[in-house]
Design a protein around this ligand. Sequence first.
Ligand SMILES: [Zn+2]
Ligand SMILES: [Zn+2]
Length: 565
Amino acid sequence: MLAKDSEVQVIPLGGLGEIGKNMTAVKYGDHILLIDCGLAFPEEEMMGIDFVLPDYTYLVDNQEKVQAVLLTHGHEDHIGGLPYFLKQIKVPVYGSRLALGLVERKLKEHHMERDIDLRPVKPRDMVEIGPFQVEFIRVTHSIPDAMAIAIHTSLGTVVHTGDFKIDHTPVDGDIIDLHRFATLGEQGVLLLMSDSTNVEREGYTLSEHLVGRSFDEYFLAAEERIIIATFASNIHRLQQAILTAHKYGRQVAVAGRSMVNVLAVADELGYLNIPEGMLIELDEVDRLPNNQVVILTTGSQGEPMSALTRMAFGEHRQVEVLPGDTVIISATPIPGNEKLVSRIIDQLFKLKAKVIYEGSSDIHVSGHPSQEELKLMLNLLRPKYFIPVHGEYRMLKKHAELAQQLGIPEENIFVGEIGQVFSFTSQNGRITGRVPAGRVLVDGLGVGDVGNIVLRDRRDMAKEGILIVVLTMDKQTHQVLTGPDIVSRGFVYVREAEVLMEEARLKVVSALEKCTSKGNCGWSYIKQEIKSHLGKFLFEKTRRRPMILPIIMEVDKSIASTKMD
Ligand SMILES: [Zn+2]
Ligand SMILES: [Zn+2]
């Protein structure tokens, strides 16, 4: 039997086999470090769900071991879960000033900014946490100050790239620290976890700089207003838009709460260069000539409530899209959002705007590495073991193949699942167990209170509608006093289905009569009878199965009458 601290364990709790809610535990002896604490956005069938968190059960069960959370960067899929996690387990959080600035904003919304110990770190900082030496290494990505993390233990070094690309001409000039990665590789890396998002793309991901060049061309050609929709957190792109606007004598207004927030944090922390007087309020836009205006907005994914959608459909309070406006959608639709994005583009064309979107030009580049960059990272670090992370199953698989081509033996590569425990000694690596892992759904203020049954009900209601049967019944005699009345939503258009609804009502009456004649007057029995009789009838008539909800109120007439005396 090995001593407890003769192995390093890595336990991914999110981000494997999925895009989003990234979180990885690294355990050595009685000490756990967490890399990132993200959230995921709901899939289409998760109706009404705002977002999804990793299942933290394993960490709650081992909370005395948890030392700290280390952040790779400030994207939602890496920091979004923090307020919920920190409510359960209070530990220090290490990250760049920008990532922590964005975290602080979230903590304020949850009224918990005073309770949490936020510790800013810079690239090449080395921090001692328990038995770990933790090192932060600069990478380039679609948000400033993204960092890979190297965790040094007495058994070897574990490197997590975080999200990265290799951009030799980044907008802020902060180049990825290839020297440090090379040195680590030279010294020996036990395990590498690396970003798999773009592994399906050959070649290199283009530099963010190219987007600036395209902006320049479109700004030169634009005669009316320019509206740019992009990701709220893409500070480099916002920076390029602002400087290009300055060059062409335009002023900039910002729409969309998340973008306003990110810009405020980034500006306050000195991550932005905004020439004096460049920013104006949205309601000042109308006072300027059209050719002196740029509007930066959220909504590049066609989100129905976003500022761009509201502008396009005439529902925005301050801005509407005018004929001749140039609208640049500087993003790629995230898989699943394609329809929403095309709906917006169509609408913008109808308004006679000039629409520039992906497929028609270079107005977006990815923040993730393509195959050649992934190969370079693998070759620089030359890890003994490799776990591809940050990707759906096929991406992890592809990334594993890539690593194999570069000479990492197949048995040293793990295509894993969340909840699996990967254990490494200096001699071997294997899967040694499993901890609880999965997803926790957040709906409004409720965390984890919407489970599969609630989701199934929401799906049924959305598909077939709902029918509510209301009646009052005498508690003693079981005589029906009022009703049954039927109210429906989303099932049929009632005014054109009066006959059907009356027939349905009669079905309920006969179901009730059957119950009383059998002398079986228990509540749940009556409800069940109404559901099955009515359900069968409606299916025969309409081939639909709406949700049926009987509401029976019992009235105790003897009490009612005594009270009346
Ligand atoms: Zn990211
Ligand atoms: Zn990410």
